[in-house]
Design a protein around this ligand. Structure first.
Ligand SMILES: [Fe+2]
Length: 317
């Protein structure tokens, strides 16, 4: 496979797994194309044209040094200059894939957060409330990433001649769909302890515990408490949403939220709203989504070298 084919496969899989449904994602893209058409020539020049084809701007091809057939890939949760040097040391690495966004994709992290509004709406939170509360949080994230040194790792890849891409929300969508289906299949999930046991069956979480990393844990609630309606609202969509949403989620009938990580402020708000929070684990949840994609590359004969916190589990065997 060539770099662009790998990237297109990731976007396709991300769209198919999107909790909003592929049709809705296509409608959003179509709307962007129509908006683009109405822009002036000057505005068109400044417009990020990737947005016309790619609904996940935190996932991008960041450098094509050599457009060759990809046989060996170095994949990590965070790729920094150290991992680029590692690739040089290992040798014969055709492509480096980072899960967390880098370069232009990091600058656009906030762009994917709008999807959280639709996901919350699927669970019953009125769209106007979700959009109102998320608007503030999205601009906060945009300001937060503004100060970062986005190009550092990309520059390193360019200097050393490595192909580089990052696949963030596309992979998080795969994890979210996987978890949603697993949970919905089990209707015996009465109490939080049952939910924790179910999550611990997933190999990435099992391995995380073996490595002494944080496994699935109850952050808000107690193990004997009933789960109520379980929502997968915090696995995909960039980063944490607005802490003010928990109260609205409770009104919408959500009992338990599963997330990858949670800030103290979010935790306090969830407590106040009596929403149970189960934190599955960050690196392990990221690994789950990345693995589901890497399995497809592996099926196509590509060798995977995991690094930087990626807990590699293949479901091909
Ligand atoms: Fe992450």
């Amino acid at each position: 496979m060539k770099i662009k084919e790998i990237f297109n496969l990731a976007i396709k899989m991300g769209m198919e797994a999107d909790l909003r449904g592929k049709k809705e994602v296509e409608r959003i893209l179509e709307r962007k194309r129509k908006k683009y058409e109405r822009l002036s020539e000057k505005e068109k020049e400044e417009f990020d044209k990737e947005a016309l084809e790619n609904p996940y701007l935190d996932s991008r091809i960041l450098n094509i040094a050599k457009d060759k057939e990809i046989k060996r890939v170095l994949v990590g949760i965070d790729i920094e200059p150290a991992e680029i040097l590692l690739a040089k040391e290992i040798g014969h690495i055709d492509l480096i894939i980072s899960h967390h966004p880098l370069g232009k994709a990091l600058a656009h992290l906030h762009d994917v957060m709008e999807m959280q509004c639709d996901i919350l709406n699927l669970y019953g939170v009125p769209i106007n409330v979700a959009e109102g509360l998320m608007k503030e949080r999205i601009s906060e994230v945009a300001r937060g990433v503004n100060r970062l040194n986005h190009q550092r790792t990309v520059d390193c890849a360019k200097i050393l001649g490595f192909n580089l891409m990052c696949l963030h929300t596309v992979c998080d969508n795969l994890a979210a769909k996987f978890l949603k289906e697993k949970i919905e299949k089990e209707n015996h999930l009465m109490r939080l302890e049952d939910l924790i046991e179910l999550l611990k069956e997933i190999p990435e979480y099992k391995k995380a515990i073996e490595l002494g990393l944080p496994g699935p844990k109850i952050f808000v609630g107690e193990k004997e408490r009933r789960c109520g309606k379980i929502a997968i609202t915090e696995i995909t969509g960039g980063t944490e949403g607005s802490p003010k949403l928990y109260e609205k989620m409770a009104i919408a009938g959500i009992g338990t939220v599963i997330g990858m990580h949670i800030s103290e402020e979010h935790k306090k708000e969830a407590e106040a709203a009596h929403i149970n929070v189960v934190i599955a684990g960050h690196m392990s949840s990221d690994s789950l989504g990345v693995n589901l994609f890497l399995d497809e590359l592996e099926k196509r004969g590509i060798e995977i070298i995991p690094c930087s916190g990626l807990i590699r589990v293949s479901r091909n065997k």
